[in-house]
Design a protein around this ligand. Structure first.
Ligand code: DGJ
Length: 746
């Protein structure tokens, strides 16, 4: 039993292997959040402040008993509004008479086996049959609002999911103004917020900052989770490191506009909350209707950030992503984007495919520019028929040519968009988002289709499904290259315009749901101008996402590091591209590029016809190596071997198989020094009692100042963990090292 109700103490406790989460039905039915931390038994209610702190109001019915009992100072499971708690509210709603609330009190709870699901939203599932669900219903009777708090406990995975279902139980219409999925009050401690910010081609830069007195707020208003902020953050103790200390993860399973708030209040308590972006949001809830807020995935670990990341990685791979490819080996692909951009024709693509096949590539992806009259990014989005000038005879002869070479075929689409210069726009100008009487904003010369309209969602489904029915396509790259503006839908009445952003996201999910169910044999890769929609909502449908338009491996070290605090390597689209790099002009060794791309879904994004014979031979070796390593890379546990704020000259990471039999260590030297400190690494995750054989040590493209000292062939796990090893000294620009260890059977 991972969910325990103690009727005497009125506590509901959720236990995972390493954590416990407790709530308590308090005075007047307030649902208190009494504990979330390392696994422990007991009633944690008495820990909390019951003292009049001044200017914190007390419910009328309790005023005579105690002045110390205020919703403003108690840790709450879900905070309402206009009801005595001046901290960040989780839910705000208004009644027809303008009255705003809610003031939520416990009504009932239910514990049941299995995992709840949500209406129209992606959510985790329960492949192992281990999840238990707790539903707790709170209500504000006078407002006529019920809030059902849903929790699913995955005991062995250290994950607790949360979701929120709001119901109108009254007689009048309610307007929801804020619907955070999760609110987590931590009454004690000094906390840092580790979050992931950035911009196009520089996504998910990790930033760790102390939670300030007052509220910190980040999020997106772009109707995409965005390049700028990610719907995942970690609250960690001031001294928490990669391998020790308390940390809490909060990940939203949502791809639209979101907000994430961390507030430290007057008494030092911290509230972390996240949900749909409330600015500009409203939702009309008629009597009897309900509204589901997106799911949040919570994880607590007492043993540092690596352990937290590993819990998320395993969980997303196994319990969130429904694609049959999630746990499968993926083909090594070559994408023509950086090889040709828009300038290609059938012969050129077939020549690339031929060269790619000879290198060992398995899947050829035709990127942007194959449709309509598209020869640059100014036209044709929406016209998903073949550009016969580039591809005479259509896609069939090209696909046949690719398949005859023994390769699989993949195609790029950007179906949520429309160009003004397109047949689709000319026939359906009203399908593009625009405010009445105003010219809409352009971005990359394109407009956005109004996915809140069912006929538009149907059209997108039919268009992509039509391509998949007609052609022999194995893979789809689903791109999305602008933020949404001009939010307004003629299909919605005035009082429902605040629903538009969320409805667009729901429309996207409905299309993804239908497509992935109808075409399970197709491998889908998400993309949004690189990683502008790298989130668990997309991953619920698509097992991989193009991580960034910056393919420079040195920039990717930070982008991929930031991404992997929450998301597994198997989700990270990463390719070897040309040098000098097209985005930064940096020159890097070919094998270093491959080493970094192996910390993700491995592929190539270059013109193989421009490679020297020596480079081709190296690439053949890389692909052979990747294939051997693929199961370990996909299923293994990732350990970051460096701290975020180390002043170091390298980045290093390690992957260890779940049974601890195998491990791969990778390091890239980012800054050569005249008189460097030794490159010393203490390894992680190995079995201290076992012996490991150094199977392979490859130093890639480094200038070695002296012949490297031979490393011993056999190590004890304990020696590698506690003493570590020193790697050969390297010089030059961005050399890399990979070493492989295997447990020795005694
Ligand atoms: C943005 C993507 O991230 C790129 O990989 C490429 O597909 C372009 N769009 C094509 O327009």
């Amino acid at each position: 039993m991972s969910i325990v109700y103690d009727a005497a103490a009125r506590t509901l406790t959720l236990h995972t292997r390493e954590s416990s989460y407790q709530m308590q039905i308090g005075p007047l039915g307030y649902l208190l959040h009494t504990y979330y931390g390392r696994r422990a038994e007991g009633n944690f209610g008495p820990l909390h402040l019951r003292k009049d702190v001044g200017f914190s109001p007390v419910p009328h019915a309790l005023a005579e008993e105690t002045r110390g009992w205020s919703p403003d100072t108690m840790p709450l499971e879900l905070s309402g509004a206009n009801a005595g708690d001046f901290r960040t509210p989780a839910v705000c709603a208004a009644a027809e008479d303008g009255q705003r609330g809610p003031d939520l009190r416990y009504v009932r709870h239910e514990i049941r086996p299995g995992k709840y699901s949500l209406n129209g939203l992606p959510a985790a599932f329960d492949p192992g049959g281990e999840a238990e669900t707790l539903s707790v219903t709170l209500a504000d009777e006078s407002l006529g609002l019920e809030a059902e708090l849903l929790y699913a406990v995955y005991e062995s995975r250290d994950i607790v999911t949360r979701a929120l279902r709001l119901r109108n139980t009254g007689k009048g219409t309610l307007t929801l103004e804020k619907t955070a999925s999760c609110c987590l009050d931590l009454p004690f401690g000094d906390w840092d917020l580790l979050h992931f910010h950035g911009r196009h081609a520089m996504e998910r830069q990790p930033e760790r900052t102390p939670v300030m007195n007052g509220a910190m707020r980040l999020g997106s208003r772009r109707v995409a989770s965005s390049h700028q902020h990610n719907p995942f953050a970690i609250l960690c103790g001031r001294h928490t490191t990669e391998d020790a200390g308390d940390c809490y993860g909060l990940m939203l399973v949502y791809s639209g506009s979101f907000e994430l708030e961390a507030e430290q209040d007057q008494m030092g308590s911290v509230r972390l909350s996240a949900g749909i972006q409330s600015e500009g949001f409203s939702w009309t809830l008629r009597p009897g209707e309900s509204f589901d807020a997106p799911e949040a995935l919570l994880c607590f670990r007492h043993d540092g950030l690596n352990a937290l990341s590993q819990c998320y990685h395993r969980f997303l791979r196994r319990c969130l992503c429904r694609s049959p490819f999630s746990g499968a080996l993926r083909p090594v692909l070559l994408n023509n984007w950086e090889a040709t951009y828009f300038d290609f024709n059938r012969d050129k693509i077939l020549a690339i495919a031929r060269e790619a096949r000879d290198l060992g590539v398995e899947l050829l992806v035709l990127d942007d520019g194959w449709f309509g009259r598209r020869s640059d990014d100014r036209s044709s989005l929406g016209d998903w028929f073949v550009n016969e000038e580039k591809l005479p005879g259509g896609l069939e002869p090209l696909i046949r040519g690719v398949k005859d070479l023994g390769l699989r075929f993949g195609l790029w689409v950007e179906p949520e968009m429309v160009s003004e210069d397109s047949a689709l726009y000319r026939s359906h100008p009203d399908w593009a988002l625009a405010l009445p009487g105003r010219e809409p904003f352009l971005s990359r010369s394109q407009l956005v289709l109004d996915l809140s309209r069912p006929e538009v969602a149907d059209w997108i489904y039919e268009t992509v499904a039509g391509l998949l029915r007609r052609y022999d396509i194995d893979y789809i790259k689903w791109d999305f290259n602008r933020s949404l503006t001009d939010l307004y839908s003629p299909a919605l009445p005035p009082e429902r315009q605040g629903e538009q952003a969320h409805r667009c996201t729901l429309g996207l999910y409905s299309v993804m749901e239908r497509l992935t169910a109808a075409f399970p044999q197709v491998l889908f890769e998400g993309c949004a101008g690189g990683g502008g929609r790298f989130d668990a909502g997309i991953l619920a449908y698509f097992p991989q996402i193009w991580c960034s338009d910056d393919t420079d491996p040195i920039e990717r070290l930070t982008i991929q590091r930031g991404t992997c605090y929450g998301y597994p390597l198997s989700a990270v689209g990463a390719h070897v591209s040309a040098s000098p790099n097209h985005q930064t002009g940096r020159r890097t060794p070919l094998d270093t590029r491959a080493l970094v791309a192996m910390a993700g879904g491995f592929g190539y994004e270059l013109d193989p016809g421009k490679l020297s014979e020596e480079e081709k031979a190296r690439i053949r070796g890389q692909i052979r190596r990747f294939r051997k390593l693929a199961p370990l890379l996909r299923e293994g546990d990732l350990y970051r071997l460096t701290e975020l704020d180390d002043r170091r000259d390298y980045e290093a990471w390690q992957i260890v198989s779940e049974d601890r039999d195998e491990s791969l260590v990778s390091l890239v030297l980012t800054h050569p020094r005249a008189n460097p400190r030794p490159l010393h690494l203490r390894l992680k995750g190995l079995d201290p009692a076992a012996r490991y054989r150094l199977e392979r040590l490859e130093v890639f493209e480094a200038y070695l100042p002296e012949p490297p000292e031979e490393l011993p062939e056999l190590f004890s796990g304990a020696a590698l963990l506690y003493a570590g090893l020193t790697l050969p000294r390297m010089m030059g620009d961005y050399p890399g090292v990979q070493l492989q260890l295997r447990k020795v059977e005694d």
